[in-house]
Design a protein around this ligand. Sequence first.
Ligand code: 4UV
Length: 548
Amino acid sequence: MVIRSPYPNINIPEVDILTFLFGAGEDLPEDPLWINATDASLYLSQHTALQWIKRLAIGLDTLGVKKGDVVMIVTPNHIFVSVAYLGTVGSGRVFSGANPSYTADEMSYQMQDLDARIVLVHPSLLDTARKAAKTANISHDRLYIFSDVEHQPVDGIRDWRSMLGTPKEASYYSWPRVSGEAAKSQIATVNYSSGTTGLPKGVKITHSNLIANVEQSAFAASVERPGIRPDFEERWIGLLPLYHAYGQLSSILMAVKTETPVYVMATFIYEDFLRVIETHRITELQVAPPILVLLNKHPATSEYDLSSVRQISCGAAPLSASLQNRVQERTGAVIRQGWGMTELTCAGIVIPTGLSDETGSVGCLLSNSQAMLVDENGKEVATGERGELYIRGPQVSPGYWKNDRASKETMLEGGWLRTGDVAIANEKGWFWIVDRLKELIKVSGLQVAPAELEALLLTHPSIADAGVVGISDTFSSQEKPRAYVLPKSIDPARPGVSAEEIEKWVRGKVARHKWLSGGVVFSVVPKSAAGKIQRKVLREWARGDAKS
Ligand code: 4UV
């Protein structure tokens, strides 16, 4: 049975993202919109942001950056990331963000995959980005320093402000208008996801995908309060990384659409986060479950006044009903779960504002979308039974970047997206996510692809074989990557390398969230007759270990 969204279908404008957000670009509000959370005198309004967006678009034109070329950012959050995002996408180029904690090798993989035409780099990450660019064969003149204050050139690399158009030129600039089928096919962003299997892959997202997901999310947020703007003044915190879908949807696109000021935080330090909430009377948080763990357990939580927070939207990883209830009691805020996926632009299933009676549920399908739950043989299951979740809707990505094979396996005939998650739905159309079939591990809401760690481990001189799986840590409500490793030495008492050495070696090669915090276990790696890792077996081992 196809499950439909409980909401009516809504109109999704077929235009480009700047026209959608700013209309003709005239008479825009001058109130602070993106505000530096530690220095509120640094901010952009819709009016000033659009001027910067146009100046960047002119700069990219002058540099000869073509339509469809990629502009990549390598930076922690700051208020100008929204300018880079909208200036790139709005002028017909493609935006992609790298995780600022990436090592040079990880960064270089993305630069090379995208053939990044321009890379905007925070001054604190210049060394890593230069190394990455060298490996990726990207010349230094494609790199620019990028932060919220102007910088002097470093070894010939100039501040991004040096290539922008002037404010006067911006006043005459008109961005390329796109409509109809062109809006549906023009690629806007490429964020990375490992999908259901294999290495991280770029996910192509069109202008129409973005607009659909904003309209769908805005509608779900206004079900109990008609009209997009709520009847009180909202203030958000820009904590989610802006290099990825969840942060981009919430802190950039929804912020403009709902005219909500966002206090942008560069780095996450828990007490700073609490202080920003108290100082700026933040009304809503968009977070991943580890933040709820801190809100629940950290002693500093009670030292700050968090009474302004009315709602906490939480997604990106499983959230237990008990943690949800405890944080709800402790803060008095309503927790509104959501389920999303990079391949779905961002949001797929959310709890409508004002309705949170189905504890543990991730909510209902957004407008204009449908779902199907299927068993191992591809047959649909009945209400109340577990099945793999398939979703169809206007926010489904048209495919992976330069990877038709993966696209065919995930974006199926009829517009269905295979999510790799196992869900249960009730007769009212509420969903519970109960398991994950795909290889993905989620750490702090971020993706870790087992295949990536396995490929890395196989380059270690003492390792013959490796299988990686996530173990659940009940204390932290987190998943942790664990490696089952077969050493090359045939003597089991002398593997030639210790578990600690392997963990340390991995720490030097990948970003922190991919570290083997679930440990290294020496073992044969279970394989099928065809030589494929038997992930089901690894998952059973991990479950057993997690209990012990
Ligand atoms: O591709 P990705 O990294 O994407 C995300 C997107 C998250 C959200 C969540 C709520 C929103 O409202 C929203 O706009 C965006 O995380 O990872 C996708 C996978 O993460 C797991 C699941 O395995 C997805 O396929 N995941 C995401 N949200 C949940 C979840 C959840 N609420 N409960 C359980 N697993």
